[in-house]
Design a protein around this ligand. Structure first.
Ligand SMILES: Nc1ncnc2c1ncn2[C@@H]1O[C@H](COP(=O)(O)OP(=O)(O)OP(=O)(O)O)[C@@H](O)[C@H]1O
Ligand SMILES: [Mg+2]
Length: 405
C-alpha cells in the first residue's frame, strides 16, 4: 500500500464502510474512495456473525482497492459498544537534571505512566489520548517537547475494551486477508468527522445515532473528555414500527425513511399513508401521524437517555460549542427539534461530513471520515520505543491535530 494512503473501516450494525484518504496540504485531507455494503453481522459493537462481517469487509476493501488502484494491507478500525470504556487518568514524570529541555521520550514516558491502571484480566487498553500537559504546574501546555522544566504531568483519556470482543474484530479483519493497524473509538471519530476544532476547544458534543447504538462524546479544550455508548438506535425505531404495525422489518424501514418524522405534532392529521401488513393481500390506509407518534416515542427515549448521560458526566453542563447530531438515525426529519425540546439547555444541529461532488451523499459517514482524519492528522504517533510495536502500544495525541496551524 502506498505509504501516504490510509484505509479505515467502520463496522456498523447496519453497514460496513471502507474509506481511503490521504493528507492534503498542512491540515487537510483528500478522500479517494468510499465503499459501503449492508451488513447485519455486528450488534451493539460486537461481532455477532463473524463470516458475515469478514465477507462485508473483504467486499468493501476490494471495492476501495479497485478505486484507488493499489492494495490495502492494514486498516484502522472504529470500535464502539457497551464493552468500551473511557477513564480519565494522570501521569507524572520528574525531569532530571531539573530544568533541562523536555524530550519526545519524556512525553512518551509520562503518557505511559498515566496508562498504569488496573483494567482487569478481561480488558485491555486501546487508546491513550493526552488531554492536557503541565510543566512545573503550568496548565494547558499542548506541546511540552522543547520546554524546560523539572516536572512533567499529563491528564489523559484512557480507552479500554473487552479483549474477547476486540479479538473477534481482529479475527473478522484477518479472515478478510487484512490486519488491524489501530483501533479508534467511534464516538471520537464521529466527533472529529462533524465538529470543528473551534467547537471542540469551546466544549461541544457529538451524538451518533446509528442502527443499534447511540454513541455520545464530549470534547473540552480540544480533546475528548467523555464517551459512552447507549444500546438503542434507528433499528429500535424500526423494530417498534414492525411490532406495533404488524409489518415486515423491510416495510417498517421503508415507512420510517419515506414518511417518518420525529415530531408527530408537526404532521397534519389528515395525511394518510398505506401500510402493508404481514399476511394481508393489500395495503391498509393509516394516519401518518400515528406512524410518527411511534417513532417519536422511541426517539424521545433515546434523547432522554442521552440527556442523563450528559448530566451525569462532569463535563456535560456547559457545551457552548453545541451538540452535533449525526449517524443515519439523525437523518430522520425533526430529530434536532425533538432533541432541542427534550434537552432544552443545549443547542443541536444535524451534521454530516462534507464530501466532494464525486461521492453520493450518504448518511452515517461521520465515523469513517473522522477515523481517516484522526489517523492522518494526529500524525504525532508516540510509539513506545521498546522492541515490537503492535497497535496496542500506540498512543496518538489529538492535540497534534488541533495545533498544526
Ligand atoms: N433518511 C433516513 N431517515 C430515517 N432513518 C434513517 C435514514 N437513513 C438512515 N436511517 C437509519 O439510520 C440507521 C443506520 O445508521 P448508521 O448507518 O449510522 O448505523 P450503523 O453505523 O450501521 O450502526 P451503529 O453505529 O449502531 O453500529 C438505520 O436504523 C436507518 O434506518
Ligand atoms: Mg455507526
Amino acid at each position: 500500500m502506498n505509504s501516504d494512503l490510509v484505509a479505515v473501516l467502520d463496522l456498523g450494525s447496519t453497514k460496513v464502510t471502507c474509506l481511503a484518504a490521504s493528507a492534503e496540504g498542512s491540515d487537510g485531507m483528500a478522500i479517494h474512495a468510499i465503499s459501503t455494503v449492508p451488513c447485519r453481522g455486528m450488534r451493539k459493537g460486537q461481532v455477532s456473525d463473524l463470516a458475515e462481517v469478514s465477507r462485508a469487509i473483504a467486499h468493501v476493501v476490494k471495492a476501495v482497492e479497485e478505486q484507488v488502484g493499489e492494495e490495502i494491507d492494514g486498516v484502522v478500525v472504529g470500535v464502539s459498544g457497551g464493552h468500551i470504556e473511557g477513564v480519565n487518568s494522570q501521569g507524572l514524570k520528574p525531569i532530571f537534571p531539573a530544568g533541562r529541555k523536555i524530550t519526545h521520550q519524556d512525553v512518551l514516558e509520562v503518557i505511559n505512566h498515566s496508562r498504569e491502571l488496573n483494567v482487569g484480566d478481561e480488558r485491555e487498553q486501546i487508546q491513550a489520548l493526552p488531554r492536557e500537559f503541565r510543566v512545573d504546574g503550568q496548565r494547558n501546555v499542548q506541546r511540552p517537547v522543547g520546554k524546560n522544566g523539572a516536572k512533567l504531568e499529563v491528564f489523559s483519556y484512557i480507552v479500554t475494551g473487552q479483549t474477547s470482543s476486540l479479538q473477534n474484530i481482529e479475527r473478522a479483519v484477518a479472515e478478510a486477508g487484512k490486519h488491524v493497524e489501530q483501533m479508534v473509538i467511534q464516538p471520537l471519530a464521529s466527533g472529529i468527522g462533524v465538529l470543528t476544532p473551534q467547537e471542540m476547544e469551546l466544549g461541544a458534543a457529538v451524538i451518533d445515532i446509528g442502527g443499534s447504538t447511540t454513541d455520545v462524546a464530549i470534547f473540552i479544550n480540544g480533546s475528548i473528555a467523555f464517551s459512552i455508548s447507549i444500546p438503542l438506535g434507528g433499528l429500535s425505531v424500526t423494530n417498534d414500527l414492525s411490532t406495533l404495525l404488524k409489518t415486515s422489518p423491510e416495510e417498517a424501514e421503508k415507512l420510517k425513511v419515506q414518511s417518518g418524522h420525529a415530531k408527530a405534532s408537526m404532521i397534519d392529521e389528515k395525511e394518510s399513508i398505506e401500510v402493508q401488513q404481514l399476511g394481508q393481500p393489500v395495503g391498509r390506509p393509516m394516519q401518518r401521524r400515528v406512524l410518527c407518534e411511534i417513532i417519536e416515542s422511541r426517539m424521545r427515549e433515546i434523547a432522554t437517555l442521552v440527556g442523563k448521560e450528559l448530566e451525569n458526566s462532569p463535563f456535560g453542563t456547559a457545551l457552548p460549542g453545541g451538540i452535533a447530531l449525526t449517524g443515519g438515525g439523525a437523518a430522520l426529519p425533526g430529530t434536532d427539534i425533538l432533541f432541542g425540546e427534550t434537552l432544552s439547555r443545549y443547542r443541536f444541529r444535524v451534521a454530516e461530513p462534507k464530501l466532494s461532488k464525486k461521492f453520493n451523499p450518504q448518511a452515517g459517514l461521520a465515523t469513517s471520515v473522522g477515523l481517516a482524519s484522526f489517523t492522518i492528522q494526529c500524525f504525532d504517533e508516540l510509539s513506545p520505543a521498546n522492541g515490537v510495536q503492535p497497535w496496542r502500544d500506540k498512543v496518538k495525541s489529538l492535540f497534534s491535530m488541533l495545533n498544526t496551524k
